[in-house]
Design a protein around this ligand. Structure first.
Ligand code: HEM
Length: 404
């Protein structure tokens, strides 16, 4: 029996460790028909890049998952264009409007605050001998940073996290049941109402936050419509939240499971080395496994045919393990060259938050190395990490560590 017979995004073995399956896909079936998603899975680096580089051939609009239009089964309002679900020219306009909030200079200015937040959380977490790393640092740091950026009240951060978790968790359930769970619909409505309320307040009385920037027009740059602001704030909440959380969790798992590399970092706990660990974790165990697109015409890929209208999954995490691109890809090696990694996507939709993640993760790792340089799995941490049944967004639900 081949691993291909059991490859499925709902299979717990695949969720636990997808990499052997990806190797088999790349070698034996680089264009693989996945019945449960009704989609073609594309696993080689070259093909993944080709898809993401060609938005005219592979659209982000009207993608079907298991035959159903994703926008109709999502708890979000699918009728509003946002960055992720649009193509040029709509995407070009939206990206132009919001990218000013993510200019490298603006992000660099956030460093002292990120450091302060990270220090506070790490000091509190490591005051105990054993702790849940996800709960103590990996979750609260990104959610606090993005909340402050957006300008939402500190007291609502827990709601923020709950809304975001609920939406993420709804993905797998929607796939199983064909419709989103009621709870996710309720939470999404709550989140959307809250964002609209904030946007309205900022329109009347702007502050220095991101929502104020988006609701105002300046220097001839038009403002987003209220619906667009709402949709963008929700995208940021989710994109800026779970992903960096997962990256931090996956970094710690990778370091503890690779003692030689952890020792390398201990001998050399600089900001640059921490940035290398973060980049290599992005490659080695990507927080985002794959991206979906719709073929706009019949296309040939990997020697096979993809008919017009069908869904393709560009498997980023598999591209990151393609030996044609990265030598010895199954080895976690922070000293390697990671240029060209696919974890932030590629082309026009390349992650807008990449500079923020590239600030947050190394800052947090460096401080952690100073406070608690010898972490190991606590006895209550099961050997098998709980990924919460989620294939596409990969990171531990909880991660119990102890100071050695
Ligand atoms: C480890 C951290 C992160 C990873 C792995 C990640 C991954 C990605 C990927 C793969 C895409 C491409 C989506 C597509 O092509 O359809 C993307 C887009 C995006 N990301 Fe991130 N992301 C991360 C962190 C963040 C953060 C911190 C923010 C914001 C604060 C953010 C905001 C966005 C936005 C707004 C887009 C849409 C860009 C567009 O469509 O033009 N991301 N991200």
């Amino acid at each position: 029996m081949s691993l291909l017979d059991t490859f499925d995004v709902l299979n717990p073995e695949v969720i636990n460790n997808p990499y052997p399956y990806f190797a088999e896909l790349r070698e034996k079936a680089p264009l693989f028909w996945l019945k449960s998603l009704q989609a073609h899975v594309v696993s080689r680096y070259e093909d993944v890049t080709y898809i993401l580089k060609n938005p005219a051939l592979f659209s982000s609009v009207d993608i079907r998952v298991n035959g159903q239009l994703a926008k109709e089964t999502s708890p979000l309002d699918g009728s509003v264009a946002n960055l992720v679900n649009s193509d040029p020219p709509i995407h070009t306009r939206l990206r132009g409007l919001v990218s000013r909030a993510f200019l490298p200079k603006r992000i660099a200015e956030m460093e002292p605050r990120v450091l302060e937040l990270s220090r506070g959380l790490i000091a509190e977490m490591t005051a105990r001998d054993e702790f849940d790393f996800m709960d103590g640092l990996a979750s609260p740091l990104p959610v606090t940073v993005i909340s402050e950026m957006l300008g939402i009240e500190v007291s609502r951060r827990r709601d923020f996290k709950r809304w975001s978790d609920s939406l993420i968790q709804s993905g797998a359930q929607t796939l199983r049941d064909g419709k989103p769970p009621e709870e996710a619909i309720r939470n999404t409505k709550e989140m959307s109402d809250y964002m609209s309320e904030i946007a309205e307040k900022r329109r009347l009385e702007p502050k220095g936050d991101l929502i104020s920037l988006l609701v105002q027009s300046s220097d001839g740059v038009e403002a987003l419509t209220p619906q667009e602001v709402n949709s963008f704030a929700i995208i940021l909440l989710i994109a800026g939240n779970e992903t960096t959380t997962n990256l931090l969790g996956n970094s710690l798992v990778s370091l503890i499971r690779n003692p030689e590399q952890y020792e390398w970092l201990r001998r050399n706990p600089t900001r640059e080395a921490c940035a290398r660990v973060s980049e290599e974790t992005l490659r080695y165990d990507s927080p985002v496994m794959g991206l979906m697109r719709r073929a706009t015409q019949d296309v040939e890929l990997s020697g096979g045919k993809v008919p017009e209208g069908s869904t393709v999954v560009a498997m980023l995490a598999s591209a990151n393990h393609d030996p044609r691109k990265f030598s010895n890809p199954e080895r976690f090696d922070p000293e390697r060259e990671t240029n060209g990694l696919m974890s932030f996507g590629h082309g026009i939709h390349f992650c807008l938050g990449a500079p923020l993640t590239r600030l947050e993760a190394p800052v947090a790792l460096k401080d952690l190395m100073e406070r608690a340089p010898r972490l190991g799995f606590a006895s209550r941490q099961p050997e098998r990490i709980d990924y919460g049944g989620s294939f596409f967004l990969r990171g531990p639900r909880s991660l119990w560590l102890r100071k050695n």
